[in-house]
Write a new protein. Sequence first.
Length: 234
Amino acid sequence: MFCLFPYLPFIFPQIRSLSSLCFTNKYVERERERVFEIIVVVTMPSELTQEERSELTQSISEFHTYHLGPGSCSSLHAQRIHAPPEIVWSVVRQFDKPQTYKHFIKSCSVEKAFEMRVGCTRDVIVISGLPANTSTERLDVLDDERRVTGFSIIGGEHRLRNYKSVTTVHRFERERRVWTVVLESYVVDMPEGNSEDDTRMFADTVVKLNLQKLATVTEAMARNAGDGRGSRVT
């Protein structure tokens, strides 16, 4: 019986903060309205201000709400980034270069005639020390206008079965300052022999670390472009 728990110390030292969202399979179709209320009112990521939460409610409803089946769990994370959304999106949308901001990736390859469009795939090799070796992933959505992207894991040697993720990039502007909030959610089956908490703890840690690295990378890009901590509107 395989367990994710022994691998958690490998990545825990890198954690600065962790927030998560989980829905259990006790909810059925007739309760979906009540489930959504719990999502946006009770368990919205704590990193967000009340104002940000209010503006993001519709996007969470549209892109980050899942109807879970038995044996699956879900989580939602947020990252505030002091860089314009155009810069952040330019990194997030690069399906063929996830290692730009994602930890634990040794390499990523795509086919020679690669075109970044819905349905294209990438083959990821994971660094040693994690309960995975390779991952084949498919691009499910890429909307440049609304800044939405998402992928599914469709093959490889790993334990995250039926893993699907959606990432959205959101612009905020107050008092001539522009910043970005990135939301990333996922749904995944729990591996046999693992609890819901174990599964989410592992996946949440990886997602959170990736979002933190995304902030570091794009804020540096913004500084190099002369935008500083958030872009000032002129």
